[in-house]
Design a protein around this ligand. Sequence first.
Ligand code: PHE
Length: 339
Amino acid sequence: MLEKIDLLIKEIEGLKAGSAADAENLRIKYLSKKGLVSVLFDEFKNVPPQDKKAVGMALNQLKNMAQDTIQKLKDQFEQAGFDTGKTDLTLPGTSAPIGGRHPLSVVRNQIADIFGRLGFTIAEGPEIEDDWHVFSALNFPPEHPARDMQDTFFIHKNPDILLRTHTSSVQVRVMENQQPPIRAIFPGRVFRNEAISARAHCIFHQVEGLYIDTDVSFADLLQTLLYFAKEMFGQDTRIRLRPSYFPFTEPSAEMDISCTLCGGSGCNMCKHTGWVEILGCGMVDPNVLDNCNIDSKKYTGFAFGMGIERITLLKYQINDIRLFFENDVRFLEQFKSAQ
Ligand code: PHE
């Protein structure tokens, strides 16, 4: 018996197959129910008890090597491909999953698109700034509370080098480098030392707008922002301006839009007022123009600044700003179809 097994092992070791069909025939010859290997298993019952252990082990060894060898012969043809009949060329290919844009990018692009139609170009500035561009040139008196450590992140305790707290710093850079007419928006990240909550984050995004030319009036500002609000939130959207204060604009205002959830009749989101605030704006203070070497006797202008997170929260009725920064794909996937 042991000799028969040895012989068969040698025989199988030398097997060759010229095609997948050959290999299948070998499988039938050796491994099928009536195959040469299986027949030896049938003879096992005749082996005397004292030899059963050795013969049993040898048989198992034979079976394993026969299976391995014949499988390898088959695999050769599998890899070579088409003649096995197992590759279905009509099946659709595996598609690469397509990602989506982050909702903040979607809204940023929409804002850029709307103002682009009014002739506003895009400019950017650095996130690490100096006191002049973030505060001094923008007419912040030295004791202004926004300079306080509470709001501003300073770099290496140097009071002159800081993370910009608003994108108004880019206004200054553009005005310093370019004479009117200026018509541009400045999107970017800003940083404020605030506790993170559902409504506030220490990093967020703003879009600033600036228009400077001869004879720019408050009516131009109003009309531009009305156009923006209707394009962004729908043609039924109404706006209202409330007097406010910014050191770099005079007069200054905050703009509300009719509530995107209830349309103005009053709900939880608008705290039952029918209005939600979306941006700050005003006529550029003549001091700021002069600080940036623009003749304030000849030119006037308006500026506005809005938070992209806030616009996105209102547009998609999201109630927690932290969702934008957690990058949970279950949240992000919902914006896949937005362009
Ligand atoms: N920079 C202001 C802020 O961060 C917004 C603003 C920009 C207001 C331009 C008026 C004009 O709140």
